[in-house]
Design a protein around this ligand. Sequence first.
Ligand code: GLY
Length: 597
Amino acid sequence: MRVGLISGLLLSAMTTVAPALAQETADAVAPEAAATGQVQALSPEATAAQEAKANGQPVEAQNWMVAAANPLAVEAGANILRAGGTAADAMVAVQVVLGLVEPQSSGLGGGAFLVWYDATSGEMTTLDARETAPRAATPTLFQDESGEPLKFFDAVVGGLSVGTPGTPALLEEAHRRWGSTPWPSLFADGIRLAEGGFAVSPRLAGLVEGDAERLSRFPATAEYFLPGGTPLAEGDLLKNPAYAETLRVLAQEGAAGFYGGDIAAGIVNTVRSAPGNPGVLAGIDLALYQVIEREPVCATYRAFEVCGMGPPSSGALTVGQILGTLNSYDLAALGADSTEAWRLIGDASRLAFADRGRYMADSDFVPVPTSGLVDPDYLAGRAALLNAEAALAEVSAGSPEFDHALNWADDESIELPSTSHISIVDAQGNVLSMTTTIENGFGSRLMTNGFLLNNELTDFSFRSHSDGVPIANRMEPGKRPRSSMSPTIVMQDGKPVLAIGSPGGSRIIGYVAKSIIAWADWGMDVQQALALPHLVNRFGTYDVEEGTSAADMADALTALGYEVNARDLTSGLHAIEIGDTLRGGADPRREGIALGE
Ligand code: GLY
């Protein structure tokens, strides 16, 4: 609900939530207290964090830090950490506000992966809250009557692409395991902002305008993003009372209030009655949703163990393969301006993406050679292929060691970037790295109960077979689509030294690998590493970041035999370096900040 125009200077409705409030239940957040309609400037700390980013400086702190995609969400997390909450507590507050102020990227209607380092036990674990395919889904869901794949946006927009959301269950599970702040109070900032309103950010306004036609197809979505038929504009004060009500239910009833009752009924009804493209999600899919704890996947790079989310994400495996393949090359000596360094990085990425396309999928449904793919001996063999003068003429999947193998065909899924990344370190030393998504920008474009529903099922391969051979990442009932999300914690001598991740579809993998190389090999601080212009190679074409020094390398890369494409590469990296002090970085390509004390 848009209620008026405010000054573009007053970018946020952020105030501090006093610790006393953080001890109250969200029940006690009276609507009239929240809905003042007053939009206040960012706190001085957040403004200073924005200035540090603009000046290319990391933010430094001693005790805790949070980095995420929107200053309002970061301040919600900071309020919890300042009051003594854990990184898991702060994550809940950050995610709840991100779902309001950056609704195009992540939210309650989506899924996420969380990597957690526990300071008390010294252990790391991961939680998989990926969306699941409905029980009524089939491998041919995204094919027409003649078995041909649907066009991407014909599949995305509407009910067909909606998987069972995992994020609400993840919030509850992370809090149950590692939280210390009373659950209801984690929703206070989200409720206050949803009821009182927040200023539409430049990025949200631009994306609404660019997607206006698709957003206009469904009445609830159109009413929210295009009130009166006009796209929201930067600085508009936007209220979302339906979202506030959903948050109140979550605060009072926990995730059960989302996966059953009126909210679940609203989701199912919205999906199954989507005009033109109804889906098959049912109440039973929501009722049976489970977060799954999984072992982290780690790969050795130089003196570090680079750890993250294993299948159904391809993130840690592919980042680990790229870095593991580069282990035998001296990138530090070559430097960040060296074409030879980028030839090695580009072709290591192509080799890893070939393996990704062949082998990586939900390992609860298909055998994945997880340890074989990051085995140092296997990667040394792949590294030997890079001993060349020019770009590899051809790249194909290798033969990693399998526990039990199947013959797979190469995947054909299409991924377009959206998503958001949160990095948090708390005063106890716990570290959280979480990437969260509704897949495409604005997901399926379907909205219910104040939040958008994901289109995560389009991360499955639209084709189920190739020449009669099954594709590992084909859709199956209850299966989780392969992801590229790469929430990462880098370890050294058993201690966490870096938390990092990014949005960006399958380019996430390149963004994260590049930033780790810049930090580990090229001596950049965390802000410099994120800001370093991108060069990303997934399937052969070298994407270089338009308008930056990366684009200056185009001729040299073309001479090596690459097809080069200059384009925007809008990552959203958020990272925290953990040493004697905490140093936080936020991607200059997006609106986020790092904040700490
Ligand atoms: N939908 C983005 C990803 O999971 O990689």
